[in-house]
Structure formats: structure tokens, C-alpha cells
Ligand binder design. Structure first.
Ligand code: BEZ
Ligand code: FE
Length: 298
């Protein structure tokens, strides 16, 4: 087959990828070709526009290293990460809704005892975080592992200032107590712009969009027999809740970071100055596949 033109090229490519031995690869390849060709037919790029598109993807790849993943940022800002997340986490009643992981998660963050202050050398308005972890049926989950991480009140994570502060801060692991409860102290996070000094930042600018995320605290919660929950809790008074650059906000994940006067806090700590209090009760979805594997192994 040769002499392809606008009317025959799509079918020719579709015919060629049918050779894939793996069914899923064939399905994905066919859909990719169909949608990509439809996109090109719709926008009819000039040769210069095609080159600019290739250059954009090249610069996106070149921006990636072990600290910066510009392709995930592209997926996040085009709503693809939240679409994939939504399709993979259709949550039953009682289970907390999920949202994007983001680039600032660190595996094996230091574990702290319940009640610890994890703000380290970072200053800000004190924030008490309390809550519970339960099954979707409201049974408390003891010993669940909670990873938390958030930005400071200038919108920077510890990993963006490690050279200056020299240690992890506003990031820790906790284990829930026998009643599924957890509590810790940190500082109130602020809204922040996602890294926008690369091709994704240029794209946002060209699309007339801002790069901001509303203030939030990230949580990753794991317990045996349950699907690991990746989510955040957003501050109810934030100006970016409706325009989050990565489309991650859900009503069920918004809470007041309540202003509290000086005095005895909910965990018994004496506070000499006002602080904020965030409470969230999480529900984890049962992982039926993991349960079956555990039962088989027992
Ligand atoms: C974050 O919340 O940490 C985040 C999520 C997606 C892109 C950039 C940052
Ligand atoms: Fe974040």
C-alpha cells in the first residue's frame, strides 16, 4: 500500500497497528490513531504549528528529571490526571473522595508520635489537625498509616527549600490510635502556584490561565484490606477553590481551618496565641482483591 492522502492515511495506519499481538496494545493504538488524526483534521496545523507542537513536547521531556515531572504537570493541568483518578476511584458512600497526588510526596517520610508538631524550623500560624480513619461502614481503623504533607504560609513545600532548612518539615507519618484517631500540630498552609517556569507555565499563560492551587493539606492513608486513599483537604475560605489549576477540588474535601482563640486546645495543649483547627474524618474503601489475597495467605 502506498500513495496515501488525506482520505486514506488514517485507515492505512489503523490497518497497520492491527498487527499488535497484545489486545490491549492494539486497542490503545487504534484509539490513539483515531483520536490523534481527528485532532489534526480538526485543527489543520500549518507546518510551523506542527513544529511548535513537537518543540513543546520536546521541551516538556527535557524539563523532566528525578525532581521535576513536567509531563505529569501537563496531565494535571489538562485535567487528565483527575479524569484518570475519577475513573479509577468510583467511591462508595462513606468512603472519602480522592484527588491528585502531586509532585511533592516523599516516600517513607519520618514517623512521628500522635500530637507531634511537624513544622520543624518553619514559622507560621499554628494549625492543629485532628480526625479519624474508619472503614466506609464507619468502623474505626486502628494502626492506619497516615502520610501528611503541605506547604508553608508562603506556599513552599520543604522539598523546595531543603538546602536552606536541611530537614523535612510539614511532612510526616502517623499511625491512628486504637480508636482510629489521629492529631498533630503544624502551621497553616497557603495557596501556591504550581511550578510554572517551564513549558506548562507557558501553556497556561497562552491559555489565559493562572497557575494557582487553593491552600490544602495532603493525606495518603493506608490500612490492610483497604485501598490506599490519596486526597487533600482544602481550606474553605480560599479564593482559588473554583479555579484550581489542576481541577482537584471536590466539595466533600473542603473544611474550615477554624480560627481558635488562645487557650486550651482540643488535645490539651496550652496555646498562648490564636491558632487554626482543621478536623477531617476519613473513610477508606475496602479492597476486595487485597482481602481475598490476605484470606488465602492466612
Ligand atoms: C500539589 O498539590 O502538590 C500539586 C498537585 C498537582 C500539581 C502540582 C502540585
Ligand atoms: Fe499540594
Amino acid at each position: 500500500m502506498r500513495n496515501f492522502d488525506e482520505t486514506t492515511i488514517t485507515d492505512a495506519v489503523l490497518e497497520r497497528v492491527k498487527a499488535a499481538k497484545n489486545d490491549r496494545i492494539r486497542q490503545v493504538s487504534e484509539a490513539l490513531v483515531r483520536h490523534l488524526h481527528a485532532f489534526i483534521r480538526e485543527i489543520e496545523p500549518t507546518q510551523a504549528e506542527w513544529e511548535a507542537g513537537i518543540d513543546f513536547l520536546t521541551r516538556t521531556g527535557q524539563m523532566c528529571d528525578d525532581k521535576r515531572q513536567e509531563f505529569i504537570l501537563l496531565s494535571d493541568t489538562l485535567g487528565v490526571s483527575m479524569l484518570v483518578d475519577a475513573m479509577n476511584h468510583r467511591t462508595p458512600a462513606g468512603a472519602t473522595e480522592t484527588t491528585v497526588l502531586g509532585p511533592f510526596y516523599v516516600q517513607r517520610a519520618p514517623e512521628h508520635p500522635l500530637g507531634a508538631d511537624i513544622s520543624g524550623p518553619i514559622e507560621g500560624t499554628p494549625l492543629l489537625v485532628t480526625g479519624t480513619v474508619s472503614t466506609a461502614e464507619c468502623e474505626p481503623l486502628a494502626g492506619a498509616i497516615i502520610d501528611v504533607w503541605h506547604s508553608d504560609d508562603d506556599g513552599y513545600y520543604d522539598v523546595q527549600q531543603l538546602d536552606e532548612i536541611g530537614e523535612f518539615a510539614m511532612r510526616a507519618r502517623f499511625r491512628t490510635d486504637e480508636n482510629g484517631r489521629f492529631w498533630f500540630w503544624s502551621i497553616r498552609p497557603a495557596a501556591y502556584p504550581i511550578p510554572h517556569d517551564g513549558p506548562v507555565g507557558k501553556m497556561l499563560e497562552a491559555q489565559g490561565r493562572h497557575p494557582w492551587r487553593p491552600a490544602h493539606v495532603h493525606f495518603m492513608i493506608a490500612a490492610p484490606g483497604h485501598r490506599t486513599l490519596v486526597t487533600h483537604v482544602f481550606a474553605a475560605d480560599d479564593q482559588y477553590l473554583d479555579t484550581d489549576v489542576v481541577f482537584g477540588v471536590k466539595d466533600s474535601l473542603i473544611r474550615e481551618f477554624a480560627c481558635m482563640p488562645a487557650g486550651t486546645a482540643a488535645d490539651g495543649r496550652e496555646m498562648r496565641r490564636p491558632y487554626h483547627h482543621l478536623n477531617y474524618d476519613f473513610g477508606l474503601k475496602a479492597d476486595t482483591d487485597a482481602r481475598r489475597a490476605e484470606e488465602r495467605a492466612a
